[in-house]
Design a binder for this molecule. Structure first.
Ligand code: NDP
Length: 450
C-alpha cells in the first residue's frame, strides 16, 4: 500500500474548508479535534497510510429531505429535514434530533462529528450521527407538533433501525416529540424495537435518561475538582440555559452542596444570589418544561434581577456550566471568567465555548471539560436504553445511577490518561479527543478501505 504524504494541520484544514464551503461550525469542530490528533499520530504511520482522520471528517452519508405539514389554519408549511450519519465503525449511528430555526447542514455535521468521539468515550458500542430540522416548535400547538413529527418520520424511517441508526432528542425534541416520532416509526414499520431513545417509561424508555446529561456534566466537574484536591461543596456555580441539561445539572449541584446563582434562556439570564434551591428549581422546571414560559417570570416570582439579551458570564463564581447552546461563551467572556477567578468549566451543551476561549482557559490552567466528555452521560444512558430494549427488560434505577456514575468516572480517567501534561495539569480537551479517536480509528483500520 502506498504511504501517504503527511499533510500538516493547516493544509488539512484548507482542504476541509474547500470541500465544505461555508460550514463554519463543522470546520470549528473538526479543527478542535484535529489539533490534538495530528500531534498524536505524527509518528504513527498506519493512521496516515489509511487516511483515517480524513475519512472521519467525511460523513458516511448526509440525508436531506423535504418535510411538508399542515398548520392549524390549513396552510401548507415546508421545512427541511436532515440526518447526518457520520461514522458507524464501532456501532449503529447514534445521536439526537434537533428542531430549531438555526439548524442547517453545517451545525448537524459538527454535531454528528463530535458525537462520534463522544460515543466512543462512553465505552459503549455506538457510532455517531445527528439530525433535525429548521422547524421551530415554539408557539406551535400539540397537533401541529404531532403533524410535523409524523411527516418528518415518514421520510426518515427508511434510514433508521435498532441496529442501523438510533436517534434521540436534543434542543426542541423532548419526550412529547419522541412519542410522536416513535409512534409514527412503529406505525409505518409495524415493529416495536428500540429504534429511538429518550422514550417514555411506559413504552421502553430507560430510568434516568432525562436526568443523565445534566447529572453527568456535574459528575465530570466533581471528578475534575477531586483530581485537583477540591470538591463541589460550597462552590458558587453559573449555569446557562433552563432546559433539560441545565435544570438537571442544577439539581445535582444542589445535591452535592453547591449553589447555582444563574440560569438563562434565549431572552436573557436571571441572577439569584439566594441560589436556585430545590423549591426555586421546581418552579423553573415547571415554567420552562411544562408551561414553556420565559425566564423573566422566575425573576418576577423571586424578586431577583433579570438581564435581557445577556449571558451570565460576567457574574463572579467558582464554576461555570454552559448548558444552553453552541458558541455561547465568546473569547471575551472566557477572559472575563478567568479574570473573575473561575476554577472549572464543564460543558453541558455541545461546543458552547469558542475555540479561542478554550485556548485561554487551558493557558490559564482552568479545569476545562469539553462537551464530548462532560455531556456524554445522556448518550451513555441512551446506549443502555438500547440494551434494555434488546433484552426486553428494564433495569432498576439504582443500577443505572451507578452505571452512569461509573461511566463518567471512566471518561474522566481516559481524559487523564491521554491529557496529563508534565507539570501535572490535565488538558481534558486533548485527553478526550485522543481517547475518543483511538477506538474509532483502530476499528476503521480493521475494516480496511471501506
Ligand atoms: P432544551 O431545548 O431542553 O433547552 C435548551 C435551553 O437553551 C433553553 O433554555 C433555551 O432557551 C436555551 N437556548 C437555546 N438556544 C439558545 C440561544 N441561541 N441562546 C441562548 N439560549 C438558548 O435543550 P437541552 O437542554 O436538551 O440541550 C442543551 C444543550 O445540551 C444543546 O447544546 C444540546 O445539544 C446539548 N445536549 C443535550 C443532551 C440531552 O440529553 N438533552 C445530550 C447532550 C448534549 P429557550 O427556551 O428560550 O429556547
Amino acid at each position: 500500500m502506498a504511504v501517504s504524504d503527511h499533510v500538516n494541520l493547516e493544509q488539512f484544514m484548507q482542504g476541509l474548508k474547500r470541500r465544505n464551503p461555508g460550514e463554519t461550525e463543522f470546520h470549528q469542530a473538526v479543527y478542535e479535534v484535529a489539533a490534538n490528533v495530528f500531534d498524536y499520530i505524527s509518528d504513527k504511520e498506519i493512521y496516515h497510510e489509511m487516511q483515517i482522520f480524513r475519512r472521519m471528517a467525511e460523513p458516511d452519508r448526509v440525508i436531506s429531505f423535504r418535510v411538508c405539514w399542515e398548520d392549524d389554519n390549513g396552510n401548507i408549511r415546508v421545512n427541511r429535514g436532515y440526518r447526518v450519519q457520520n461514522n458507524n465503525a464501532i456501532g449503529p449511528y447514534k445521536g439526537g434530533l434537533r428542531f430549531h430555526p438555526s439548524v442547517n447542514q453545517s451545525i448537524l455535521k459538527f454535531l454528528a462529528f463530535e458525537q462520534t468521539f463522544k460515543n466512543s468515550l462512553t465505552g459503549l458500542p455506538m457510532g455517531g450521527g445527528k439530525g433535525g430540522s429548521d422547524f421551530n416548535p415554539k408557539g406551535k400547538s400539540d397537533n401541529e407538533i404531532m403533524r410535523f413529527c409524523q411527516s418528518f418520520m415518514t421520510e426518515l424511517y427508511r434510514h433508521l433501525g435498532e441496529d442501523t441508526d438510533v436517534p434521540a432528542g436534543d434542543i426542541g425534541v423532548g419526550s412529547r416529540e419522541i412519542g410522536y416520532l416513535f409512534g409514527q416509526w412503529k406505525r409505518i414499520t409495524n415493529r416495536f424495537t428500540g429504534t429511538l431513545t429518550g422514550k417514555g417509561r411506559e413504552y421502553g424508555g430507560s430510568p434516568i435518561r432525562t436526568e443523565a446529561t445534566g447529572y453527568g456534566t456535574v459528575y465530570m466537574l466533581q471528578d475534575m475538582l477531586k483530581q485537583a484536591g477540591e470538591d463541589i461543596e460550597g462552590k458558587k456555580v453559573l449555569v446557562s440555559g433552563a432546559g433539560n441539561v441545565a435544570t438537571y445539572a442544577i439539581e445535582k449541584i444542589n445535591q452535592l452542596g453547591g449553589k447555582v446563582i444563574t440560569a438563562s434562556d434565549s431572552s436573557g439570564f436571571v441572577h439569584d444570589p439566594h441560589g436556585i434551591d430545590e423549591e426555586r428549581l421546581a418552579f423553573l422546571m415547571h415554567l420552562k418544561n411544562v408551561r414553556r414560559g420565559r425566564i423573566e417570570e422566575y425573576a418576577e416570582e423571586f424578586n431577583v434581577d433579570f438581564y435581557e439579551g445577556k449571558r451570565p458570564w460576567q457574574v463572579q463564581a467558582d464554576v461555570a456550566l454552559p448548558c444552553a447552546t453552541q458558541n455561547e461563551i465568546s473569547q471575551k467572556e472566557a477572559q472575563t471568567l478567568i479574570k473573575n477567578g473561575i476554577k472549572a468549566v464543564s460543558e453541558g451543551a455541545n461546543m458552547p465555548t469558542e475555540q479561542d476561549g478554550i485556548h485561554d482557559f487551558i493557558n490559564a490552567k482552568v479545569l476545562f471539560a469539553p462537551s464530548k466528555a462532560a455531556n456524554a452521560g445522556g448518550v451513555a444512558i441512551s446506549g443502555l436504553e438500547m440494551s434494555q430494549n434488546s433484552a426486553r427488560r428494564t433495569w432498576k434505577e439504582e443500577e443505572l445511577q451507578d452505571l452512569l456514575r461509573n461511566i463518567m468516572g471512566d471518561i474522566h480517567e481516559s481524559c487523564v490518561e491521554y491529557g496529563k501534561a508534565d507539570d501535572g495539569y490535565i488538558d481534558y480537551v486533548k485527553g478526550a479527543n485522543i481517547a475518543g479517536f483511538i477506538k474509532v480509528a483502530d476499528a476503521m483500520i480493521a475494516y480496511g478501505v471501506v
